[in-house]
Design a binder for this molecule. Structure first.
Ligand SMILES: CC(C)(COP(=O)(O)OP(=O)(O)OC[C@H]1O[C@@H](n2cnc3c(N)ncnc32)[C@H](O)[C@@H]1OP(=O)(O)O)[C@@H](O)C(=O)NCCC(=O)NCCS
Length: 126
């Protein structure tokens, strides 16, 4: 096991709140159906949406690319039964993970009143 890259991202919660309010396609353009189901279970709280957005950007950095060669919906951040974020990959990002021998992508999310932050780590096979 080895670390490929790490990534971090910070998001202004109000910016995400406004994006959701102004553009009714924002959620479906950026998040998968399962992520939207999770937000629904949280009454579409802006901090949870911003936390998932930060998670996707942090994960994109932990691939060393940013959001490039794959899109936001190729990253899915759900929660396990304890509330811990779990990362799944799809389409071109899933292919990249196979090419890079990625074992797992871990992410941690936090939010305060104004900001959401996420930290990601991509773990590869030696
Ligand atoms: C990399 C990216 C996720 C940065 O997110 P951001 O919210 O714009 O900016 P942040 O302040 O969070 O991060 C900037 C830092 O990311 C880091 N960064 C830049 N490219 C990176 C990469 N390929 N991998 C990891 N980290 C990267 C740099 O440290 C940068 O800070 P610096 O310019 O002072 O060195 C984003 O710009 C991106 O995905 N770019 C790639 C392609 C693109 O432009 N797509 C259109 C966006 S939808």
């Amino acid at each position: 096991m080895d670390i490929f890259e790490i990534g971090v991202d910070i998001v202004e919660i109000d910016r995400i709140k406004k994006a959701v309010e102004k553009n009714n396609r924002f959620l479906e353009k950026v998040f998968t159906d399962k992520e939207i189901e999770y937000f629904n279970s949280k009454n579409f709280k802006s901090e949870s949406i911003a936390g998932n957005f930060a998670a996707k950007e942090a994960i994109s950095k932990s691939m060393g690319t940013g959001i490039r060669m794959f899109n936001f919906k190729d990253i899915e951040v759900l929660r396990n039964e304890m509330g811990k974020p779990i990362v799944k990959t799809y389409n071109n990002l899933a292919k990249m993970c196979i090419d890079y021998n990625v074992l797992e992508i871990k992410v941690s999310i936090s939010h305060s009143k104004d900001y959401a932050i996420a930290n990601a780590i991509t773990i590869i096979k030696d």
